[in-house]
Design a protein around this ligand. Structure first.
Ligand SMILES: [Ca+2]
Ligand SMILES: [Ca+2]
Length: 224
């Protein structure tokens, strides 16, 4: 009897710590992003070497995917504030849940823009990916500027007394010059890994045709 009680106590405390799921998304299915905020444009699923601009008309290029063949391209155009690419969304979260994220960003300018980093924002209970309820911040480093750099960050979920149950994972874009149009900076992103508790749902970008895109709002409404 004592042994059973001890076992029950051990399971109670040990099991939740292991009830985690880890999912990877590498853009191999042709999708782009779940959404965005700010002056982000030109989201495309690409493969092979890509040529672009790093602000002020300076050309630079990316040699290809860091994982598989497909990867994500986005751009900041015009340069304005800090655009955000929504690359993952975790829903069904409760207070104290930990979400860990790793993602590669391409950067060849050490200690200078353009650079990227991960950031988080909350979404409302029952809301969609755009139902912003506040910033979740970020503590991870900027891309190092050594080619494909691994960005990583971790969040401890705060439901704000039950107001929010979703966490949007953003890649933030930092371009230079910071404001003057018509500057344009290209960014490349690949190989995203999200770890979250089993009871949560991890959403990644999904491929869709232009026709499907127009009805996406009504599809999302069904899940409210
Ligand atoms: Ca890939
Ligand atoms: Ca940089």
């Amino acid at each position: 009897m004592q042994k059973l009680a001890i076992l029950a106590i051990v399971l109670l405390f040990v099991t939740p710590a292991f009830a985690q799921q880890t999912l990877n998304y590498s853009w191999e299915d042709g999708a782009t992003i779940l959404g965005f905020y700010g002056a982000l444009c030109c989201d495309t699923n690409v493969s092979g070497a890509q040529n672009g601009f790093a602000g002020d008309g300076v050309a630079y290029s990316c040699p290809g995917a860091v994982d598989g063949t497909q990867y994500l391209h986005v751009a900041e155009d015009p340069h304005s504030s800090t655009p955000q690419a929504f690359v993952a969304w975790v829903t069904g979260l409760t207070d104290g849940d930990v979400v860990d994220v790793m993602c590669y960003g391409y950067d060849i300018s050490p200690d200078l823009s353009p650079s990227m980093r991960l950031w988080g924002s909350y979404t409302a209970v029952g809301g969609d990916v755009n139902s912003y309820t506040g910033s979740a911040g970020g503590t991870g480093d900027y891309t190092a500027g050594l080619g494909w750099d691994l960005m990583s960050d971790s969040w401890v979920f705060d439901s704000n007394v039950g107001v929010q149950d979703g966490l949007v994972i953003q890649v933030r874009l930092y371009s230079y010059p910071t404001t003057s149009d018509p500057n344009h900076t290209d960014y490349w992103i690949d190989d995203l890994t999200v770890t979250a508790p089993d009871h949560a749902v991890i959403h990644f970008p999904v491929p869709m045709s232009p026709v499907e895109e127009s009805s996406w709002g009504s599809i999302k409404a069904l899940y409210r």
